[in-house]
Structure formats: C-alpha cells, structure tokens
Design a protein around this ligand. Structure first.
Ligand code: PEP
Ligand code: MN
Length: 295
C-alpha cells in the first residue's frame, strides 16, 4: 500500500511511520500483531466480542450479565467501575461503584471464567484496577493523558486505547506509541465514535467512523476494534453498526449489554438486553464467516 508523503496533518507520511510511531507502524503489508488475553486471541481469525454493562451496578447484575454474555458466546466481560461521568453529581440512579465495582467484576470472572476489561481513569487508581483487569481500558477522554499512557505501558498488561472523539488517526497512533515505548506492545485500538455535525438523532453525540478501520490497518499492525454502543448512543443502531464493523475488518467489537436496559444507571439508551445480545452474536457470526473470520 502506498503511503502518502504529504506534509503532516491529516495524512500519515512515510516520515511519521519511521520517526513518530516506529513501534505502532506496519513494517510490511502482512505485518499484523497477534496476542492472547487469557486465551482469547486478538489480531487473528477470531473477532473477540467484549460485552457487559456500562457500569458495574451491583454484584448480582454483573454476575448475571457475565453468565448471559458467556452463554451467548461472548469472549470478554466489560464493565465500568471507575467511570468518566459527564456530570459530577451522583444519585441513586447515576453512580459509579469504584473499588467495590472492581471486586464485583472479579467475582463475575470467577463465576464465568471470562476475562475482564475495565477502565482506568487516573494513575492513582492504576494498582487497584490492574489487580483485577485483564485488559486496561483508556477512555476517549484520556487518549492524550500522556502520564497515564506511560503508566499503563509500564504495567505490561494489555491496553485498549479508545480513540479521542476529536482525534486524528495520527494522534491516536502517537498515543499508542506512548504505551508501546514502555515495552508494552499489547495495545488494541478502539474506535468509539467521533464528533461530527450530522449524527442523525439529537441524542446521538457521536458518529461511528468505520472508515478509520481500513485506514488504521493500512499503517498499523495493531488490532483495531469498535464500540458501536458508545458511538451510536442508540440501541436500534448498535446491531447494524456492529455487523458493519466486522464487515469493515474490525478485529473485535465492544457491546453494552444490560439485564434491564431502560433502567441502566448510565447511558440507558444504548445497551441491548440478553436476548438481543444472543441474537446479535448469531448475526455477527454470519458476517464474520462472510469475511473469513469467526466470532
Ligand atoms: C466506556 O466504555 O464505558 C466509556 C466511558 O467509553 P468512552 O471512553 O468511549 O466514552
Ligand atoms: Mn459510557
């Protein structure tokens, strides 16, 4: 694939690949990184599905959700304990569970054997989060928090780096390089929607940039996944965008699943319920097979 030599800006130049992100850059067209997280391989034929609630609300709901995710064939349990909530006020309906949520995630993993992905928001939380997480998630708002990127790099744990909602591919790969330069090459890139003028619903804050999947794969060997739940913010659009992600070459998909979506503590417009998730898994298997992959 010819790489543009255009000046730095939107395009990624050959000079960028050599000097700005030599670790994240592809060395040749076949160069792809594969690594396993507790037996789940990223970057190979499998398209791992990471699923679970936005927020780990209580022990019963995370264990029940983990069981449903596992029964439907999901590979990794997601759930936020430390949450980047838009507003600082907490109530019975809008909360995060922090250290307690991490304990409940650990119980859900024990109950099901599913590896866990959860967000780390700040360096001071890292020891507690890294003790439970199989994959550390960096949220969109922290993509350019360089001290945090260096710190997660130093843990040696796999990291899923969400794309900043206003960030270019070039800036995203620069952020990945901050993790990799610490010697940690287990980095997953996650497209989670970007700010755009037209999102087709007032409640949809972001637009899933599917074009970045093939664009990223032209220049990086790292696995690229998508999060259609956060991107669309709208349950009926999660299935079509999840299927489209796999068709576009995504190396994984993150899906929000909740036992009672309309009563979810955070982002109730976007999760699917257990039955919808099982149906989505079946549909994703069919699309994956059509592009030579498997779910
Ligand atoms: C999340 O996955 O819970 C989350 C907050 O995502 P994002 O950083 O993409 O908004
Ligand atoms: Mn969210």
């Amino acid at each position: 694939m010819a790489i543009s030599n255009a000046a730095p800006g939107k395009d990624i130049s050959a000079e960028d690949l050599a000097s700005k992100f030599p670790l994240a850059a592809k060395k040749d067209p076949e160069h792809v990184t594969r690594f396993s997280v507790a037996g789940v391989e990223f970057g190979g034929p499998l398209v791992p599905i990471m699923a679970g609630p936005n927020t780990v609300e209580n022990e019963a709901m995370i264990v029940d959700t983990a069981r449903a995710v596992k029964a439907a064939g999901g590979h990794i349990l997601r759930g936020g304990a430390f949450k980047p909530l838009t507003f600082p006020y907490r109530s019975e309906k809008y909360f995060e569970t922090r250290e307690q949520g991490l304990e409940w995630l650990a119980r859900a993993r024990e109950a099901t054997g599913l590896p866990v992905i959860t967000e780390v928001m700040a360096t001071e939380h890292l020891p507690a989060v890294a003790a439970v997480a199989d994959i550390l998630q960096i949220g969109t708002r922290n993509m350019q928090n360089y001290p945090l990127l260096s710190a997660v790099g130093q843990t040696g744990k796999p990291v899923m780096l969400k794309r900043g909602f206003g960030s270019s591919l070039r800036d995203w790969l620069g952020a990945a390089e901050y993790i990799m330069v610490e010697g940690n090459h287990q980095v997953i890139l996650c497209e989670r929607g970007i700010v755009a003028p037209h999102t087709h619903r007032g409640t949809s804050r972001f637009l899933l940039d599917l074009q970045v999947v093939p664009a990223a794969k032209e220049v990086t060997h790292l696995p690229v996944v998508t999060d259609p739940s956060h991107a669309t913010f709208w349950r009926p659009w999660v299935k079509p965008m999840a299927l489209a992600s796999i068709a576009a070459g995504a190396d994984g998909v993150m899906i929000e699943v909740h036992p009672d979506p309309v009563n979810a503590a955070v982002d109730p417009l976007q999760p699917v319920d257990f039955a919808e998730f099982a149906e989505l898994m079946t549909a994703m298997r069919a699309v994956a097979a059509a592009v030579g992959r498997q779910v």
